[in-house]
Design a protein around this ligand. Structure first.
Ligand code: ADP
Ligand code: G6P
Length: 504
């Protein structure tokens, strides 16, 4: 992980462009001596947003990743400057972290929005903490934003912020972007606080989703809950007319007039997120990364085929299915353990949440068993690392891998798939990609799989390894062309242009 050791720099200027996310782009780490260090935060939201803000004048409001009681660590409490933009830390106490972050955000919303892969928990206490922390974020934002500023609120942890902020500061232009899937109505409507969440999001002028399915699901839910008229597929962009219910008893679950909303139009659309393609290409082409890729292959015993998985350690990512598929292919003698390696790199994530602890135990058990059962002495076809890596190191692993396995059971987008493609500067390599990742809509030339079917994953691995170099090149070239035209800068521009247009 990169260490960012510049001393924090204080600014009291009001900002005309404010990004609000649960996470700051840097995470606080405290070493054994009690010294404070900053590291890059994990996950796709930060990977995408950090390059977008580079060079822009902005303020990023978020949490440092560590629970802080008031004044416990003074360095946390100050805004810090990163390049052109400022960071404002929102301190969260240990109980807020437990209830709002580990609880409502990651034990209720995260599993509910990802198809209930594990059962969501519904607790009034964690909901109350979610409301409290969202208000905390909204108040910080209201203090920092200049008159008529543009505020861009991010992700499922902060869905109440748009309406809270609108109530505090009606002058602001507010955009909200959901990085994870918005689930179909039959799932979302389980949430005891469903109407409050929808009202919270509707405080924005523009709501962005990863895919048209998310936008459509959201419109469906607002129609069922509030009876609002909407069109998610309008040629000029989707919309919802808030405060003017076309109430229809037949399709309304429960109608209560929305509070705090006068009649106004909220724009709703899909904006598929992306990556900084040019900088990854440059990194992949650098002699240092190219050499490191060769060294990695050598260290792994120079296999004929190197397969790779890279994920946060998360049950949505389908890590288990790809490991099982690989083990079965070895057991079935479809792959030769003397010439094939699968390396799984998993970044630690949400380690205090029980389901994440359980997942890690399951994966490590599987890896341990496979090590004992497969291959001759000295051969270890399944390798596993539990750590975050610096960007250049990660790029070298992408460059080294012949086939990338991206098999989430559900994923808003999946930037790892896009990152792998961007680093294949000679158009080599194959991507096995889940149909249930948002990225599948943009990368149909990947070998698409149903991750719930072990056979489907096994078949795709064999096809990706067995196809001709020309076929692999043709597919990779098409995916690279698409990505170059749809990088993260374009994503941000399209969202912010659409947001600006709502104010005109
Ligand atoms: P999510 O947002 O759910 O974490 P994504 O695939 O969209 O999933 O984004 C994950 C981001 O985290 C990518 O930018 C990827 O490079 C990064 N990442 C994943 N694993 C590691 C790792 N072991 N070391 C460093 N970065 C990682
Ligand atoms: C996903 C979410 C982000 C989150 C990231 C890392 O990308 O959409 O909001 O920041 O995972 O998770 P964490 O809980 O460590 O912030």
């Amino acid at each position: 992980m990169n260490q960012i050791s510049d001393s924090p720099h204080i600014s009291s200027d009001a900002a005309s462009f404010v990004v609000v996310a649960n996470r700051l782009p840097i995470d606080v780490r405290i070493d054994d001596e009690g010294d404070v260090h900053w590291e890059e935060s994990p996950g796709g939201l930060v990977s995408a947003l950090a390059p977008v803000l580079h060079g822009r004048e902005a303020v990023w409001i978020g949490w440092s990743g560590v629970a802080t009681e008031v004044d416990a660590i003074p360095a946390f409490r100050t805004p810090a400057m990163m390049g052109s933009y400022h960071l404002v830390d929102v301190p969260l106490s240990a109980s807020m972290v437990e209830q709002y972050y580990e609880g409502f955000s990651n034990s209720t919303l995260w599993p509910l929005y990802h198809d209930r892969i594990v059962a969501p928990e519904y607790h009034r206490d964690t909901w109350n903490a979610y409301v409290e922390v969202n208000l905390h974020f909204a108040e910080h934002t209201a203090d920092v934003a200049a008159p008529n500023a543009t505020v861009w609120v991010h992700d499922y942890q902060l869905q109440l912020v748009p309406s809270m902020l609108r109530a505090l500061r009606p002058d602001l232009l507010i955009g909200f972007y959901l990085h994870i899937p918005f689930p179909p109505a039959e799932l979302f409507l389980q949430l005891p606080w469903r109407q409050r969440i929808v009202e919270g999001m509707l405080g924005a002028d523009l709501i962005g989703f990863q895919t048209p399915f998310g936008a459509n699901n959201f419109c469906e839910v607002t129609s069922q809950l509030m009876g609002y008229e909407s069109d998610s597929a309008s040629a000029d962009g989707g919309w919802i007319d808030v405060g003017t219910p076309s109430f229809n008893m037949a399709n309304s679950v429960q109608f209560r007039p929305a509070r705090n909303h006068v009649a106004r139009r909220v724009q709703v659309d899909a904006f598929p997120i992306s990556i900084d393609v040019a900088s990854l290409e440059e990194l992949a082409a650098s002699p240092k990364v190219q050499q490191r890729a060769l060294d990695i292959r050598r260290d792994l015993g120079d296999p004929k085929f190197l397969l790779l998985g890279v994920d946060r350690m998360d049950y949505t990512k389908g890590i288990e299915v790809r490991l099982r598929a690989f083990v079965e292919l070895l057991e079935d003698d479809m792959l030769d353990p003397a010439h094939t390696v699968l390396l799984q790199i998993a970044t630690p994530s949400r380690e205090q949440v029980q389901e994440y602890q359980r997942l890690r135990e399951d994966i490590e058990l599987l890896v341990g068993r496979a090590a004992g059962a497969l291959g001759e002495i000295g051969q270890v076809p399944l390798r596993y690392m539990y750590s975050g890596l610096p960007r250049a190191e990660l790029a070298a692993f992408y460059v080294a891998a012949d086939v990338m396995l991206v098999t989430p059971l559900r994923d808003g987008m999946n930037l790892v798939a896009k990152e792998y493609v961007a680093t294949r500067i000679d158009d080599s390599g194959g991507l096995v990609l889940s149909e249930f990742a948002g990225a599948a809509l943009e990368l149909p030339q990947a070998w698409l799989v149903n991750p719930y079917s072990l056979e489907s994953v096994k078949e795709a691995i064999m096809t990706a390894l067995g196809t001709t170099p020309e076929d692999r090149r043709r597919r990779m070239a098409a995916m690279r062309t698409h990505l170059r035209e749809h990088d993260v800068e374009r994503w941000a521009r399209e969202f912010l242009d659409a947001l600006a247009a709502t104010g005109s």
